[in-house]
Ligand binder design. Structure first.
Ligand SMILES: [Zn+2]
Length: 262
């Protein structure tokens, strides 16, 4: 049982991981969420040892017989794409998780409130979309996470429980801080690459071809350029609903899986 759950856990939190990305260490005054990361499939054995050595908990898959999945949207809120996506989710009665960037939350607090008020989950994606998080010191990472918490607390007294590091970059320092702040680190199983603004049918087919029960889907509600994510949602949501899929928040998905048996 433990091994099974362990394997499920590995599946849910990773697809791309641990490719160290180097960036110029210049101070960024603007948000740059759209740097293309070089990624490669993770070595499952390595990931297994890393996650458990570092005590990351939660985030195992739901049983395969249950067709629950979690849609996630990163980097927002965005003044036009976030409302469009919220409208569509509401239309289909679908709950999702938004990994927000603190700066954008401060810019569009009414959208963060709307996300909460409509029953979606908000996760922490750092204050400034800290793209060089792998090289940041502990104090910087802590400040980045806590500033998001402060912004949300001021809105609705909301406390995020899940954290997604920008770019899915993860190491022992990030892990230690996430654990210290009582976060569950969450990555993804299917990356739609929607931030590159591919045509909506391509985003939709990426989801429809790769989705499996218990999976986390990565999308973005903040995109530079003309986002096709809302149009893609209109294409794949009816198909998934028709095939019996149900949509829950990331925390709900984690809670469905139970805890590993020792
Ligand atoms: Zn991001």
């Amino acid at each position: 049982m433990f091994k099974h759950t362990l394997r499920s856990f590995i599946c849910i939190v990773c697809v791309y991981l641990f490719k160290v990305v180097t960036f110029a260490a210049d101070a960024q005054s603007e948000i740059e969420p759209y740097i293309e990361y070089e990624t490669e499939p993770v070595d499952m054995r390595e990931l297994e040892s890393l996650y458990y050595a570092h005590g990351v908990t939660g985030a195992s898959a739901s049983p395969l017989s249950d067709k629950y999945i979690a849609l996630t949207f990163d980097d927002g809120p965005h003044k036009s794409y976030t409302p469009q996506i919220l409208d569509i989710l509401s239309e289909y009665n679908v709950k999702a998780t938004f990994f927000i960037v603190g700066k954008n939350c401060e810019k569009y607090p009414e959208l963060a409130e709307r996300i909460i008020d409509e029953g979606h989950e908000i996760g922490n994606h750092t204050y400034s979309h800290l793209t060089n998080i792998a090289k940041a010191d502990e104090g910087t990472i802590l400040r980045e996470l806590l500033r998001v918490e402060d912004a949300l607390h001021e809105l609705r007294g909301y406390r995020p429980r899940v954290f997604r590091p920008p770019g899915g970059i993860y190491n022992a320092t990030i892990d230690r801080i996430a654990t210290q702040l009582n976060y569950t680190a969450v990555l993804w199983n299917v990356d739609t690459h929607d931030w590159k603004c591919p045509p909506s049918p391509r985003i939709a087919s990426e989801v429809l071809n790769k989705v499996k029960p218990g999976y986390i889907i990565l999308m973005h509600d903040y995109v530079v350029g003309a986002s096709n994510t809302p149009a893609a949602l209109r294409k794949f949501l009816p198909s998934l609903i028709e095939s019996g899929y149900r949509f829950v928040t990331v925390t709900e998905l984690i809670n469905m899986s139970g805890t590993p048996e020792e």
